[in-house]
Design a protein around this ligand. Structure first.
Ligand code: ADP
Ligand code: SF4
Ligand code: MG
Length: 314
């Protein structure tokens, strides 16, 4: 028998029932990651990135309907009990949530809060404190510098490191970081990128969600580009940044100031009104007749570096 992938996502769909109709937030997401790999999920605001992270962690609200498959080391997460899922969260798969500061309870001192969360990850007695000190140390922060303070007494960068340490303390196999550099000063972006790169070095799989293309390029690994709920390109980071295969990838990179700064024409589509064909068709300069008729499949690009969801590669 072949070894299962560490995280294997197949045909994952997420819809939200709202009073304005169904919001199709994630459509047919299919990808896998193995130990030591990095997958950077990029896409504009509202494209479904956070929803994907929450679907993997099974943290979606009640109005969500989910289908497809999420396997962690071969075990299906979408159908396991909430009790089993509690053993997965933080211990096997951890999320560094968007907005680090607000993830910390404002009325609790950081040390007490961290110890409680480490114990919830199964670390006992002095081991919890030792492990927290070690993880914080790796992130360049001393326990004494944060333990006796409230979250609001820490700088944004320190708060981010505390949240990162909480994600790492249970030694998870998969770490998902949602917009880890959002709102950080440029020098802290560099430090954060260095810290994130240590995660795959210790053989965990790293999923980073970001709309910062420069951060994505620095992290390397593979890229999953999302447009309007679809993964439209899934390729090695090198290939993506050198020769993006999907017209949206090309347009997104072409909009960078250093690559010409040409804005993408048109407007993003509403997730309540996804078209029957390619979601990018209304903005695509390569559009063909068939593009509006059916949704293209995610198919291999002939350079062997990954796949794209576009009829140009069919
Ligand atoms: N609980 C919810 N109910 C309805 N729509 C939601 C809910 N959560 C997210 N959405 C919608 O799903 C889409 C994707 O959101 P999100 O994944 O947060 O985007 P981003 O790519 O910026 O992280 C957005 O249109 C958002 O409004
Ligand atoms: S499928 Fe057609 S409309 Fe969509 S990105 Fe490819 S060429 Fe453009
Ligand atoms: Mg988000």
């Amino acid at each position: 028998m072949t070894h299962p992938h560490l995280l294997d996502v197949q045909g994952l769909n997420v819809g939200f029932r709202t009073k304005h109709g169904l919001v199709q937030a994630l459509s047919d997401a299919t990808f896998h990651v193995d130990p030591g790999e990095t997958l950077v999920i990029i896409g504009e605001s509202g494209s479904g990135k956070t929803v994907m992270a929450h679907a993997l962690m099974r943290m979606l609200p009640m109005n969500a309907s989910v289908s497809g498959s999420v396997r962690l080391s071969g075990s299906e997460l979408l159908s396991c009990s909430e009790r089993d899922m509690q053993r997965v969260r933080g211990r096997k798969m951890a999320l560094i949530p968007q907005g680090a500061g607000s993830a910390l309870n404002p009325v609790r001192k950081v040390g007490g809060l961290m110890l409680e969360m480490a114990r919830a990850r199964g670390l006992k007695g002095p081991e919890a404190r030792e492990r927290l000190e070690a993880v914080l140390g790796e992130l360049g922060l001393a326990w004494e510098a944060v333990a006796d303070r409230y979250p609001h007494q820490l700088s944004g960068g320190m708060q981010q490191r505390v949240v990162n340490a909480l994600a790492l303390v249970g030694n998870p196999d998969v770490v998902i970081a949602d917009e880890p550099t959002h709102g950080l000063d440029p020098d802290l972006v560099d430090t954060t990128a260095d810290q994130l790169r240590k995660i795959p070095e210790r053989d965990a799989a790293l999923l980073v969600i970001t709309h910062d293309l420069r951060l994505a390029q620095r992290l390397g690994g593979r890229v999953a580009l999302i447009y309007a709920s679809y993964v439209v390109e899934l390729r090695s980071s090198e290939a993506f940044f050198e020769r993006p295969a999907h017209p949206y990838g090309r347009a997104l990179l072409g909009a960078l100031p250093e690559r010409g700064g040409v804005a993408i024409p048109g407007l993003p589509v509403e997730l309540t009104q996804l078209p029957p064909g390619c979601a990018f068709a209304s903005r695509c300069t390569d559009r063909m007749d068939e593009c509006s008729q059916s949704v293209p499949a995610l198919l291999p690009v002939n350079d062997g570096a990954g796949s794209a969801r576009c009829f140009l590669h069919a």
